[in-house]
Design a protein around this ligand. Structure first.
Ligand code: ACO
Length: 322
């Protein structure tokens, strides 16, 4: 089976930044509580005219443009989301339409909450493999602000809106066993995080925060270890570990538990909050824009969240000439 690597990244977020102090004006909370419990200082919420579709289209458009790949060569479009504008058509279909991408390719959205981007990468690999395509646009996009109960301080301070996208390439590489794309995916049916579906009177995120915290700190280290074993590598050979950006305390807890080098764990949740399926590709895009992603680097990506689901991936950043 062919492997997968990242060529380019793109991202988008709404214009309106909402600080912890802004939230303290509408619910009984404080910058001090939110910062010490989560590490979050601000997040973005969509305003008039900004939607999941508009953010995803912008992020995918930037990734496509930066890659230099001919749009006619895109072999599939996969988007991770739990907060699309429509139950149908999918966000991916809107990306296809707006970017003028080919019609004879698979185009779909994936629902695996905060692990969604990792699932989407594996789905894209499988689709490229079965169709013989070479390039995929894989996006994570969430407009979680519309799923928030703004009277529930235990959830409304945690989440934000945004989108990130990667243009990935399927490739043959018989020489380098160690550079192969591998994933570790799993789920256990659990109602610790819920949001009621289409047709219900109220669709709002509800969460047993403590339960999710316990799940995350036991799952992330196991997932990273599994990805390392499957890719036949040790942590020293990994350049960056990009975890789902839910809570700084979760990531710090895992670093301590694993005795792992903290500087390899990228974090940007302080200014985006938890953007669920968008958080990993948004982090990758920010790393790209800051020049932190260097061609040939080894990456581990780890998602965890509602489902409960988890997903880890090893892949390389190939990049393109800038
Ligand atoms: N401001 C002030 N006080 C608050 C707030 C707030 N925003 N929210 C809760 N509190 C209060 C509670 O009411 C409680 O008060 P009490 O002791 O008087 O009852 C106290 O703070 C402690 O609340 P806890 O829920 O015990 O706080 P905890 O330390 O567990 O932190 C948190 C909560 C931040 C949610 C943490 O549990 C966490 O990060 N969990 C993981 C969440 C996560 O990672 N989700 C990712 C997946 S999301 C997805 O998949 C869509």
């Amino acid at each position: 089976m062919r492997s997968l690597r990242i060529l380019s990244c793109g991202g988008a977020h709404p214009k309106r930044m909402v600080t912890n102090d802004d939230l303290a004006k509408i619910v009984d909370t404080s910058d001090e509580w939110i910062t010490t419990r989560t590490g979050i200082k601000s997040r973005y919420f969509c305003s008039e005219g900004e939607t999941a579709n508009s953010m995803a289209i912008e992020a995918a458009s930037v990734a496509l443009k930066r890659s230099g790949v001919d749009p006619a060569e895109i072999g599939c479009i996969v988007t991770a989301t739990i907060s699309g504008d429509y139950a149908t058509p999918s966000i991916s279909c809107m990306i296809q339409k707006e970017l003028g991408l080919p019609e004879e390719i698979p185009v779909l959205d994936v629902s695996a909450a905060c692990s969604g981007f990792i699932y989407a990468l594996e789905v894209a690999r499988g689709l490229l493999e079965s169709t013989g395509g070479r390039y995929a646009l894989v996006t994570g996009c969430e407009q979680l602000s519309k799923l928030l109960d703004m009277t529930d301080r235990s959830t409304c301070v945690l989440f934000g809106d945004g989108a990130g996208s990667c243009l990935v390439e399927a490739f043959e590489d018989e020489q380098s066993e160690q550079k192969k794309f591998v994933t570790s995916l799993g789920a256990k049916g659990d109602m610790a995080i819920t949001a009621e579906g289409v047709g219900t009177a109220k669709t709002r995120i509800q969460m047993d925060g403590k339960e999710v915290f316990r799940f995350a700190v036991s799952t992330i280290p196991k997932c990273i270890q599994d990805v390392l074993e499957k890719s036949n590598q040790v942590i020293d050979e990994i350049d960056w570990i990009v975890c789902h950006q839910a809570n700084a305390r979760i990531i710090e807890h895992c670093i301590k538990k694993m005795k792992a080098p903290a500087e390899k764990f990228y974090m940007n949740l302080d200014h985006y909050g938890n953007t669920s399926g968008a958080s990993i590709p948004m982090a990758l895009n920010e790393m790209y824009e800051q020049g932190l992603l260097i061609p040939g680097q080894n990456l581990i990506l780890v998602g965890f969240g509602a489902g409960l689901t988890w997903g880890g991936a090893f892949l390389t950043y190939k990049g393109v000439d800038r």
